[in-house]
Design a protein around this ligand. Structure first.
Ligand code: ATP
Length: 238
């Protein structure tokens, strides 16, 4: 008989969310020995494999069922969901809850010398972003016709090198915008980190393991994995 596969949880390998996610799993009572090169880490006290990947791959891995659970930002989840819907790929998931960290907003910012009064000032502008789908949806909703310039990183640099007139990027304190002479003018969405689950049914053992983890996380203040599926509130959800 095939052995029952472990519960697979995807977290970011390296970046803003990696340390905090490793810490979260540790707080949930899951013993894991992380090393730089190991991409699948098996817990020594639970039937769990932690899969370390790029944050941008986590939504698709969950939607396709390559992993059971993923921890990622709503911003990435919504962007990938819109992208997958456009390509007629599976885009379903269940939201297990917000984890109380990774708060930021996806905002449009313009150079400080841009005479911005309202969104209509962006008509015909070039806007650089790593979130083209979310930006496209927002502009469409506000009847703004602008050119979206896709960039995978360092988006704040685009106006100063003449690549774009404005940007749409993640902001938390706003310090990066200020140092690049940019000012926030509109908010596309607010985001924080959440835990999502593949739509498929888990084995009894994995369902039991997941419920033990969620119970443990709920007991930790600030880590409220409480909300039921509220995916319909998120941009890009059905
Ligand atoms: P990867 O390179 O792993 O595919 P990434 O480019 O999204 O992913 P990070 O820059 O490490 O990687 O950001 C991870 C997540 O952290 C973001 O998607 C977002 O949800 C969250 N985050 C919180 N605050 C900020 C912020 N100020 N700037 C960027 N991301 C933030």
């Amino acid at each position: 008989m095939e052995p029952d596969p472990h519960l697979r949880i995807a977290i970011q390998k390296s970046g803003r969310l990696s340390d905090v996610c490793q810490h979260l799993l540790w707080k949930a009572g899951i013993n894991l020995l992380f090393s730089e090169r190991t991409l699948v880490v098996t817990s020594s006290n639970h039937p769990i494999d932690v899969v370390r990947v790029r944050n941008s791959d986590i939504p698709s891995l969950v939607m396709e069922g390559n992993v059971d659970i993923g921890v990622t930002g709503e911003n990435m989840l919504c962007e990938k969901r819109l992208q997958r819907l456009e390509r007629n790929q599976k885009a379903g998931y269940t939201t297990l809850g917000y984890l109380g960290f990774g708060q930021c907003r996806l905002s449009i910012a313009v150079p400080t010398n841009f005479a911005f009064t309202d969104l209509s000032c962006l008509q015909g502008c070039r806007i650089a972003t790593s979130y083209p789908m979310l930006l496209k949806q927002y502009l469409h909703l506000h009847d703004v016709h602008a050119d979206i310039v896709p960039l995978t990183g360092s988006v704040e640099v685009a106006p100063s090198i003449g690549m774009a007139d404005a940007i749409c990027d993640l902001v938390s304190t706003g310090a990066t915008l200020t140092s690049n002479h940019l000012v926030e003018v509109a908010q596309v969405m607010r985001s924080q980190v959440l835990m999502i689950k593949h739509l498929g049914k888990l084995s009894d053992r994995n369902a039991h393991t997941l419920s033990a983890i969620l119970k443990r996380l709920n007991g930790i203040s600030g880590q409220a994995v409480t909300s039921p599926d509220h995916a319909h509130h998120l941009p890009g959800s059905a």
